[in-house]
Design a protein around this ligand. Structure first.
Ligand code: FAD
Length: 340
């Protein structure tokens, strides 16, 4: 098993190349990391000792699947600053996996943001996901901290000006929940990319058509960086309803009917269905040329392990009907690659 530490995620993704992926070897040049799509896992810093044990158990379970990288969120209100850094360090040191720290503008002045970034640099972190962040718990409205930053594009600019990290950012196929309009949200996303974001990871979604449409709009708006779909396997009905309510993501009518039908059934019924649904979603995305999948694991391993094991066996990216159409900004969207 070959792990590669100290690898910038932008270089992994750009090494993936454009056009059909054949034999699991990306068409592009200089891929420094594993061939094929970049599968990554997102974790959050737990609040309890038991939660921490669960997190490291999940990491041990998922490590054999050789993720390209693992990311660790930054708690609401910037509450997990030290924990996020500690977990990222430990993932790199003890698990030998590449890791990315999420980082937000919440409740911090620019000098405080810089102090954390200096700490990240000293810790040998190479990848940062730059976010505005959500308001601290109990607060509905986003308020800029005095002496701090207002939007993630400012954080991206600060990072690119003075730090050597690969910088990722968030994007929203169904439009950010507080955006004025889809058009303005996309324009602000383009600003974020112009400020230097090297790649984007999407908010969770359950209808691939929304992602394909978003990708199409983003490419037309001149956004050319890799856009990695973020997928959350459904394991509990109530939890997914809360998450979608908070994020503004929609649950398609057919999916909602299937979840309703399982509300009173044992929990496994939802988990099994969630794995099947997410596997189909990922297979379609990869067959369409997606460069990778970012799994929102919620610190649990079984669903992600089942989905990714099946994908690695079936290798839908090798049977890509539309390969290159979405991985490559320059390719014609939606046209079978064999047509040209
Ligand atoms: P921004 O890019 O700043 O956008 C926020 C809003 O402002 C949008 O509506 C946008 O349209 C608007 N906007 C942007 N620029 C301008 C401008 N110049 N003028 C006017 N309006 C503008 N949250 C956490 O707290 N911790 C995490 O670890 C975390 N990880 C995440 C990971 C992913 C992959 C995703 C998709 C989200 C994550 N979030 C996390 C949630 C995120 O912080 C929230 O969704 C937040 O509300 C928006 O963050 P942003 O970086 O997209 O903000």
């Amino acid at each position: 098993m070959a792990y590669h530490l100290g690898v910038r995620i932008d270089r992994m993704l750009n090494g993936m190349g454009e056009g059909p992926v054949s034999g699991g070897v990306p068409g592009g040049q200089g891929s420094p990391v594993a061939p094929g799509p970049t599968f990554s896992f997102e974790f959050f810093p737990p609040k309890t000792e038991q939660g921490e044990r669960n997190l490291y158990d999940a990491l041990s379970d998922l490590r054999p699947l050789e993720p390209a990288f693992v990311s660790v969120t930054y708690g609401a209100g910037g509450s997990t600053r030290a924990k996020t850094l500690e977990i990222v360090r430990r993932i790199k040191r003890d698990f030998g996996l590449e890791a990315m720290a999420h980082f937000t503008c919440v409740a911090a002045t620019v000098p405080e943001l810089r102090a954390t970034l200096d700490e990240m640099r000293a810790a040998g972190i190479d990848n940062v996901l730059a976010l505005r962040g959500d308001p601290p718990k109990g607060e509905q409205q986003w308020t800029k901290t005095d002496g701090g930053l207002e939007y993630s594009s400012e954080l991206v600019a600060l990072l690119k000006a003075d730090y050597p990290f690969a910088v990722g950012a968030a994007c929203f196929p169904e439009t950010h929940i507080h955006a004025v309009s889809p058009e303005e949200d996309l324009e602000h996303l383009a600003e974020k990319v112009r400020a230097g974001a090297d790649f984007l990871i999407t908010q969770l979604f359950f209808d691939n058509a929304l992602y394909f449409d978003f990708l199409h709009r983003a490419r037309r708006a001149g956004i050319e960086v890799p856009i990695i779909p973020g997928i959350m396997p459904i394991t509990h009905v109530g939890q997914i309803e809360r998450m979608t309510q908070l994020s503004g993501a929609s649950i398609p009518a057919g999916l909602r009917r299937e979840l309703d039908a399982r509300r009173e059934l044992p929990e496994e019924a939802v988990r099994d269905f969630g794995v099947a649904y997410a596997t189909l979603q990922c297979a379609e995305l990869l067959a369409a040329g997606a460069l990778g999948i970012h799994f929102y694991t919620l610190n649990r391993s079984p669903a992600t392990r089942a989905i990714l094991s099946a994908l690695k066996l079936a290798r839908p990216w090798e049977r890509a009907i539309y390969a290159g159409s979405i991985s490559s900004p320059s390719a014609t969207f939606g046209e079978p690659s064999g047509a040209s």
